[in-house]
Design a protein around this ligand. Structure first.
Ligand code: PAF
Length: 283
């Protein structure tokens, strides 16, 4: 049975002990694990003899009107998946007060990388993400931590935080895992009705459309973004944003090149989905 740690104190102790045997790899998650998370745990297992997975639906990264209460949860299933994927133990705080005890008042304030895209649509989101991840890094003192590229902006923001604050944890990004038809795996896909699921594919189709136009020679940013918006529209998706940005600083490029990334957030009904990818990458 996979060891399950419920307190920050025990998590610190478990990580301290694990580090006596060599490097420790961390895989922070919010649970309801899918193949994307599993691929992170497997990659972490390749990098270090001990892998600590964490499962915590972090209230600090949700706005009051967002889906904190109904975020899908399946602790038993998650523990089974963590064990099968090669995690050594799991830290699942017993409640929010384990990470945010009474009197908690110190937050991490990320910089410009956290401002556009999801940062603009979800004010305070990355402050919450950085705060909880900084705490997990401080408790674990892991050599490396694994994050999926589906949340590409999150990956950049966390990597910059770890660098700027000398946290000592190497932040590793791993490719998006997709369904056979192209839909990026996400715990929030569980919200999609049978009518919304085919529409959700519009994000992947929009990314594929942009890549096809880029491959055919189109380099004009507004033209590419217009094609993306039209594809989302055709699928009955309400775009939150659909923008081309450079992959390092998330600035708007004057012209697209192969490394330019398309970032999409769109609503299928009430469900907000995100996806992204480089224009020059094969679909
Ligand atoms: O990507 C997520 O699941 C969360 O944002 C993270 C990194 C685990 C922080 O709560």
């Amino acid at each position: 049975m996979l060891p399950l740690v419920r307190t920050a104190h025990d998590f610190r102790r478990a990580c301290q002990e694990a580090r006596l045997d060599g490097p420790l790899a961390l895989v922070p998650t919010m649970g309801y694990l899918h193949e994307g998370h599993i691929s992170l745990i497997r990659a972490a297992r390749q990098a270090a003899p001990t892998v600590a997975a964490t499962i915590f639906v972090n209230p600090a990264q949700f706005a009051p009107h967002e889906d904190l209460q109904r975020y899908p949860r399946d602790m038993e299933g998650d523990l089974r998946k963590c064990e099968a994927a090669g995690a050594s133990f799991v830290f699942a705080p017993s409640g929010p007060e384990e990470m945010y005890p009474p009197g908690f008042q110190t937050y991490v304030d990320p910089g410009p990388l956290a401002q556009p895209l999801c940062g603009a649509s979800r004010p305070g989101h990355f402050r919450g993400v950085c705060t909880v991840v900084a705490k997990l890094f401080a408790l674990s003192r892991a050599e490396c931590a694994f994050f999926g590229e589906k949340d590409y902006q999150q990956l950049l923001v966390i990597r910059r935080m770890a660098h700027d604050l000398n946290l000592g944890t190497d932040v590793v990004g791993r490719p998006i895992v997709r369904e056979k038809d192209g839909l990026a795996l996400s715990s929030r896909n569980a919200y999609l009705s049978s009518e919304e699921r085919p529409r959700a594919l519009g994000l992947w189709r929009a990314l594929s459309e942009a890549r096809a136009r880029f491959a055919a020679g189109e380099r004009d940013v507004p033209t590419l973004e217009r094609a993306v918006a039209e594809t989302l529209d055709r699928h009955g998706l309400r775009a939150d944003y659909a923008e081309l940005r450079d992959p390092v600083e998330l600035q708007r490029p004057a012209q697209a090149d192969g490394s330019t990334r398309l970032f999409i957030a769109a609503f299928a009904g009430k469900t907000r989905l995100i996806d992204n990818g480089a224009l020059g990458e094969a679909g």
